[in-house]
Design a protein around this ligand. Structure first.
Ligand code: FAM
Length: 435
């Protein structure tokens, strides 16, 4: 076992009795009530999932294993001359709850490199897609094609012990995470720069650095990639992508099925695809303004036009958050430091000053503040990744770290098949009838 897997096993053994005790001693204790509005309204807020990987406070935003995003970015070890941490170190933190030393991360970086060879048939699957396919559809299919590599599935067929499910799931998850950036970069080059051909990985680079290299981007795009993958990694378990991954894996489908499914959920415009929608919307505004910085009145008119035509303002609002998303703030700070004069950033900044008041005035959105997607496309655009259909692929690579860490722990703690109960509308009407 490598040092991460050993540490994880130790944590799993410490954690298992806590779940056994909760179930045996408090299995019947009520911790939440469910209203009609919650049942009809997408199960908002019902406490019905357990995860220790991350927790989303509505006012503070996300914490990974108890650490805020600024703490994660400050505490995790960084490659030499980099300003953002190793993504591999984040994986260590999500799985174990501990900040690794630089030596521990460096050994994990080597492990990731050893796992990143992508079989030839995956490139063939990607190449078979028409060039006007959405990159998320290609990514989902590419991940799915790797299913035949699953150690969990082949071991399951041979009658593996339930207590050991986590071990082969860890192997599958780490193998896939190491390959995902290579697959993403291949899709990018195939769709948008076929003339440049396929770039082979640079064996000297960490996951984020190698991704930038394979995308054909110079520094600081390596730091952009590390930041991007880290801030998108997890947002507790109820969001569509994380929940889908958990749900599919709960039937003991292997992580290739589960990750492909989570990618499909992320590809919706109300979820991960919102970052490309933000760019589309901003481009519309820039065209209307012929590149000039709009006045406050122009901005307000543009926002109201969008709302009055029955559309949402992309990049604003959130199902759980009730303040500015710290993932937005991390990227805003990056922009202020590295690209304060970028025209798109100026638009985003100007919108930040008018949109929350307008959403409040409209009175529908429970959260008028920006979410992660209001900023992320702007950073990518600045560094030449202007093909905004691709942005959700970057989100998916980052999100895989959280989803897969959760699935490994689900298996370790023996969480069962997920199976909530549904009822009919008539039953619901009867339940609320006055007695
Ligand atoms: N612009 C206009 N209306 C909005 C809005 C926005 N940005 N956010 C919410 N609303 C509306 C919403 O459509 C709903 O209207 P109806 O009653 O007519 O259906 C009403 O306000 C109440 O919605 P809510 O309870 O505040 O939000 P939900 O929990 O239903 O939905 C979001 C949350 C994120 C889907 C919603 O805020 C939205 O559509 N935002 C724009 C899309 C977006 O940025 N998604 C990315 C979210 C993100 F962080 C991620 O997953 N990557």
């Amino acid at each position: 076992m490598n040092n991460l897997k050993e540490k994880l096993y130790q944590k799993i053994q410490e954690h298992r009795p806590r779940i056994t005790q909760l179930l045996e001693e408090h299995g019947d204790t009520v911790i939440d009530n469910v209203t009609v509005a919650q049942v009809i309204g997408g199960m908002r807020g019902i406490k019905s999932l357990v995860t220790d990987i991350s927790y989303l406070d509505p006012f503070e935003g996300i914490r990974y294993r108890g650490f805020t995003l600024p703490e994660v970015l400050a505490k995790l070890p960084k490659p030499d001359r980099a300003n953002m941490p190793f993504v591999e170190g984040l994986y260590y933190l999500l799985l174990t709850g501990e900040i690794p030393t630089k030596e521990e991360v460096e050994s994990l970086v080597v492990d990731f490199k050893n796992r990143r060879v992508v079989p030839r048939y995956v490139w063939d699957v990607i190449d078979a897609f028409p060039s006007n396919s959405h990159p998320m559809a290609i990514l989902s299919a590419a991940v799915m094609s790797l299913e035949r590599e699953s150690h969990f599935s082949s071991n399951y067929k041979n009658g593996i012990n339930k207590m050991d499910y986590w071990s082969t799931t860890y192997e599958d998850a780490t193998n896939l995470l190491a390959k995902m950036p290579l697959i993403g970069a291949y899709i990018y080059n195939k769709l948008y720069h076929p003339e440049k051909g396929h770039r082979y990985p640079d064996p000297s680079l960490d996951l984020g650095g190698n991704f930038a290299y394979m995308m054909g981007k110079d520094s600081p795009y390596d730091d952009v990639s590390r930041m991007y993958f880290i801030i998108h990694a997890d947002h507790e378990s109820g969001n569509v992508s994380a929940h889908t991954g958990h749900l599919v894996a709960s039937s003991l489908s292997d992580i290739y099925y589960a990750t492909s499914a989570m990618i499909n959920g992320l590809a919706g415009p109300l979820h991960g695809l919102a970052n490309q929608e933000v760019l589309r919307w901003l481009q519309g505004l820039m065209e209307q303004m012929k590149g000039e910085i709009p006045s406050e009145e122009d901005l307000k008119a543009y926002v109201w036009d969008t709302l009055n035509s029955g559309q949402v303002i992309p990049g604003y609002g959130h199902a759980v958050l009730r303040k500015t998303d710290p993932r937005y703030t991390v990227q805003r700070e990056f922009c202020l430091k590295n690209m304060p004069e970028d025209p798109l950033f100026k638009y985003v900044d100007a919108l930040y000053k008018v949109v929350p008041d307008i959403l409040r005035e409209q009175g529908k959105a429970k959260n008028p503040w920006p979410n992660v997607d209001a900023q992320s496309g702007v950073v990518q655009w600045h560094y030449g990744v202007t093909q905004y259909d691709f942005y959700t692929v970057l989100f998916a690579i980052g999100r895989s770290f959280g989803v897969l860490s959760n699935i490994i722990w689900d298996r370790a703690l023996g969480y069962p098949l997920e199976r909530p109960k549904s009822i009919t509308t008539e039953m619901l009407e009867k339940m609320v009838e006055p007695k």
